[in-house]
Design a protein around this ligand. Structure first.
Ligand SMILES: [Zn+2]
Length: 133
């Protein structure tokens, strides 16, 4: 079985996720009510695609999608975080580190750390749609 097929089998709703969807999802998680600048409160922003950074049009403060989230400074690609979240969601937040390791093709220590981190955001995971399109 190819790794991709394995993942799709585990989590069919995530099979079509790409970078753009990742960004949208993270954006919705970070700013559920729409973008608000943490510095000046403005709701006007640019999105700098290449760096996945948002810049306030007023004060020019930049904020990355992952800052202030558990993904900040993680070496794991965002897409793997998202996949992990969806896998957790699908399995009602109970998934072994071994299963995470296999599904995401990461090392056991990474899977273990990931699992602990995901536990911190249990509430966020529970609020994810089960059939995200
Ligand atoms: Zn601002």
């Amino acid at each position: 079985m190819k790794p991709k097929e394995k993942f799709q089998e585990l989590c069919p709703t995530m099979s079509k996720i790409d970078d753009e969807k990742c960004v949208k999802l993270l954006f919705d998680m970070k700013w559920p009510g729409g973008y608000i600048c943490k510095n000046c409160g403005s709701e006007d922003f640019y999105f700098i695609k290449g760096r996945k950074v948002f810049e306030c049009r007023k004060c020019r403060i930049q904020e990355s999608l992952t800052s202030g989230t558990i993904m900040h400074k993680s070496r794991l690609p965002i897409i793997k975080w998202l996949k992990a979240m969806y896998l957790m969601r699908k399995n009602s937040n109970s998934m072994s580190s071994v299963k995470l390791m296999e599904s995401l093709e990461i090392s056991y220590p990474s899977a273990w750390r990931l699992k602990r981190k995901l536990h911190e955001i249990k509430k966020v995971i529970e609020s994810l749609p089960t059939n995200h399109e």
